[in-house]
Design a binder for this molecule. Structure first.
Ligand code: HEM
Length: 402
């Protein structure tokens, strides 16, 4: 559907103003969560620039893709890259800190876990009832905290990944996990020993459940990993990585996308599955829930006009690259040319993307049903999540008004 068809009933100036308002709210969120880092990165000019003390900052989608696809030139292992942060916490072999053949082999072995045919029924089973309850509450005219709802679903998804009993997962666990990623600072490429110790304590506790699930049947992810031939150590490392990468991302993404659609009044334009896919892609493009990707330079290269040498840290501002395609508009095709850059590109492209998409689709379907019933979703109150790595709402109270 084109923007014109979707919005024939709305004057375009009103619609443009509503979209601008929605973007301002989201911008305020980014500033509130990262009051120092965000303005600093925003101030970096040009598609690529060396920033002393930080690294080579890339803000252009084509240059970012070139770096991400160049496995000979750039790595997630090495000085200032992901391995510096995560190897002490997760061990050496957890995809996001690997490179080359070892990485390719492990990805191949893990791929079946994230195939849509495995993920979609699991998401329905683990999160379907929560989404139905969300829809019922909104239709009953209740105010719902969408941020809390998403944290609960993200925690239910962790339960699935770790093999925990659903009841054992609560908001405290989510806060502990967000507490680990919240230790990361762009200006400090490694975690301090005390931080590593507290991160390990959280993951070790989860690891005990995952180890029990590993020895059980294949209905849990650790059990399935055993079925796929992974050793217990490999399976537990993989689960730790999934917990760290797949919890906060989703909990950050869904409320931000919902807020953009509600604030701009464009949720009502999401009238069919095709429009929903487009709105999700556009929501992910504009929010880019993991705003930054890191690489270490392996061999001398030039990125645009900047020459880089081995050891140089490359900081890809994915959010800036994604936003350069234009302002948020869920009826537009602005996301199409980016090939889902918000999920990365090349060898490390987000392996959890099918899971993330299934989770987002489920919530959006619930919100769409509410609009189909003649209600309009409005944001009543919002508060940013402070001290987290990813820009997110701590509270997003919504209501569906007749
Ligand atoms: C909206 C939600 C999500 C976003 C925006 C997102 C984004 C990303 C991005 C940008 C990367 C690549 C990072 C890089 O190349 O430096 C990545 C990798 C990864 N993601 Fe996601 N992610 C999301 C959800 C998930 C979920 C639900 C999981 C589930 C376990 C997950 C697991 C992973 C893993 C394991 C990697 C590392 C892959 C590798 O290095 O081969 N992600 N993600």
């Amino acid at each position: 559907m084109t923007a014109d068809r979707a919005t024939a009933h709305r004057p375009s100036a009103d619609r443009a103003e509503a979209l601008a308002l929605a973007m301002r709210h989201d911008e305020r969120l980014m500033r509130a969560v990262h009051p120092v880092g965000y303005p600093l990165l925003q101030a970096v000019r040009g598609p690529v620039r060396r920033v002393p003390g930080l690294g080579v900052v890339v803000k252009d989608a084509a240059l970012a893709r070139r770096v991400l696809l160049d496995g000979e030139g750039f790595s997630k292992q090495g000085k200032g890259a992901s391995s510096d942060l995560w190897t002490p916490v997760l061990g050496p072999s957890v995809l996001l800190n690997m490179h080359g053949d070892d990485h390719r082999t492990l990805r191949r072995r893990l791929a079946p876990i994230f195939s849509p045919s495995f993920v979609e029924p699991l998401v329905q089973q683990a999160l379907g009832e929560g989404a139905a309850a969300l829809e019922r509450s909104l239709l009953a005219g209740e105010r719902v905290d969408l941020a809390a709802h998403t944290r609960r679903s993200a925690s239910a998804a962790i339960a699935l990944l770790v093999g925990l009993e659903r009841e054992a997962v609560d908001d405290r666990l989510f806060q502990q996990i967000a507490g680990i990623t919240g230790m990361v600072r762009l200006t400090r490429p490694t975690l301090r020993p005390a931080q590593v110790k507290s991160a390990r304590a959280v993951l070790d506790a989860l690891g005990e459940h995952a180890a029990a699930a590993y020895r059980g049947d294949e209905s849990t992810v650790p059990g399935r990993l055993r079925g796929l031939g992974l050793s217990e150590e490999e399976a537990l490392s993989a689960v730790g990585a999934f917990v760290l990468t797949g919890t906060e991302t989703i909990a950050a993404a869904i409320p931000r996308i919902a807020a953009l659609l509600a604030d701009s009044g464009t949720l009502r334009e999401v009238v069919d599955d095709e429009a929903a896919e487009r709105a999700i892609a556009e929501g992910l493009r504009w929010t880019t829930p993991t705003p930054v990707m890191l690489r270490s330079t392996l061999v001398a290269r030039t990125i645009g006009s900047v020459a880089v040498a081995p050891g140089d840290r490359v900081i890809i501002l994915t959010y800036a690259a994604d936003r350069a395609a234009g302002g948020f508009d869920p009826a537009s095709d602005r996301a199409a040319g980016l090939k889902q850059l918000w999920f990365g590109a090349g060898a490390h492209f987000c392996i959890g993307a099918p899971l993330a998409m299934a989770e987002i689709r489920l919530v959006l379907a619930a919100l769409r049903s509410v609009e189909r019933a003649g209600r309009t979703l409005r944001v009543i109150e919002r508060a940013p999540a402070r001290g987290q790595l990813l820009p997110a709402y701590a509270r997003l109270i919504v209501e569906a008004r007749p």
